[in-house]
Design a protein around this ligand. Structure first.
Ligand code: CP3
Length: 355
């Protein structure tokens, strides 16, 4: 197989990536910014392209994936693109019967609750299972002209939660019940999901993605003790399994203020910080060895412009004390967000002087 490109590979004459520099703790030319869910329903051009095409089907059409991934890059001039796909795409690709229901999220037909379910429903992911991902990433690398592409995967706990609950859950009760009651099934399930997640990240990096983000979106529902014992080893396994690719690894979850030290310790290069945490405190918890990403409250974008700017300035000022800072929201862009407010925010972040 072809050796993956060096992480800093860029077209001749293109400026070094501020995003990659910040991830590595090097001084960037400006504070880099991108937004989780920057591609999606907040953009009229996204809604237009997606018309009549189910979410999961759209992820299997490389031309559509390239177009949707490029839309926010063109519109905002963000410093990184996030690959348009979903955390359940690799599960669908190995045959799990699931769908993404608009307004709800992933729904699984036959929830996994025993070792037998794990063995009958989950096998290893092979690159050929997601050849459309490889094709789309290759297409994007050409279109992006040096702007890095972030590949991503759901982390084992977050994927397990959908598989066990059968859909989104507020309290993750069935997931935790299985975790406490049946450690053998838990280990079999999370072990298998760790391999699938690592394989999905490898496919994206080998096709040209220059960074990866591991989304443990729902890990914030766990106590630190339970996170450390039942979840962290599997997140660490995924991060470790892609360490040899030498691209920055970002690790993020919602409501994980109390887990930041542990999430950093799982082995990421950059730790995503949720908006509930004061970024200065978040930086202390993450420590001086890793960069941080975040963390403006996504609902601040509904505030008057002067408030958006003041809140962004507070994030920028706190971020300047980190080993590296990638500006982002504390979670995804809300569908009702005005794209013009995001455009002004990108300009505001880019105008901030790096010291
Ligand atoms: O810009 C991007 O971030 C685009 C790529 C992306 C999507 N999903 C597209 C998507 C990424 C990185 C994801 C990851 C994802 N998917 C996560 C982790 C990130 C996070 O938000 O914490 C999770 C938990 C999922 C599961 C999922 N898929 C949810 C909760 C939803 C939303 C359900 C809804 O309708 O509100 C989806 C569907 C989904 N994934 C949409 C998009 C653009 C919306 C569906 C649509 O447009 O019809």
């Amino acid at each position: 197989a072809a050796k993956p490109k060096a992480p800093d590979a860029k077209p001749e004459g293109a400026p070094a990536s501020a995003f990659l520099a910040a991830c590595r703790g090097e001084k960037p030319s400006h504070v880099p910014v991108w937004f989780m869910r920057q591609a999606g329903r907040s953009l009229p051009e996204y809604r237009k392209v997606r018309q009549g095409v189910p979410m999961l089907e759209s992820c299997t059409r490389p031309e559509m994936v390239v177009e949707i991934t490029m839309q926010p890059v063109r519109r905002y001039g963000v410093d990184a693109a996030i690959f348009y796909s979903d955390i359940v795409v690799p599960l669908k690709a190995i045959g799990v019967d699931l769908d993404i229901v608009p307004g709800t999220g992933p729904v699984v037909e036959n929830p996994i609750r025993s070792v037998k379910d794990v063995e009958s429903q989950l096998r290893d992911l092979e690159p050929d299972d997601v050849s459309y991902v490889t094709e789309a990433v290759r297409g994007l690398v050409g279109e992006l002209k040096g702007t890095p592409l972030i590949g991503f995967s759901g982390a084992p706990f977050t994927l397990a939660s959908y598989l066990i609950e059968g859909g989104p859950s507020r309290d993750h009760r069935l997931t935790k019940e299985l975790m406490y009651r049946d450690p053998d099934t838990w280990d079999a399930l999370l072990g298998r999901l760790a391999k699938i997640a690592a394989a999905f990240l490898r496919v994206q990096v080998q096709a040209g993605a220059q960074a990866v983000q591991l989304f443990d979106s729902w890990a914030g529902s766990l106590s630190r003790d339970d996170y450390e014992r039942y979840v962290k080893p599997y997140a660490a396994e995924v991060l470790d399994a892609v360490a040899d690719l030498e691209v920055p690894r970002i690790h993020f979850g919602v409501g994980t203020g109390e887990l930041l030290g542990e999430m950093a310790d799982a082995g990421a290069d950059v730790v995503g910080v949720d908006w509930r945490v004061d970024l200065a405190d978040g930086i202390k918890r993450v420590g001086s060895k890793r960069a941080v990403q975040g963390n403006l409250d996504p609902t601040v974008l509904f505030a008057p412009d002067d408030i958006i700017k003041a809140k962004a300035d507070a994030v920028l000022k706190a971020g300047s004390k980190a080993r590296g800072h990638v500006f982002n929201l504390g979670h995804g862009v809300l569908p009702a967000t005005d794209p013009d407010a995001l455009a002004r925010l990108v300009d505001h972040v880019h105008a901030y002087e790096v010291r």
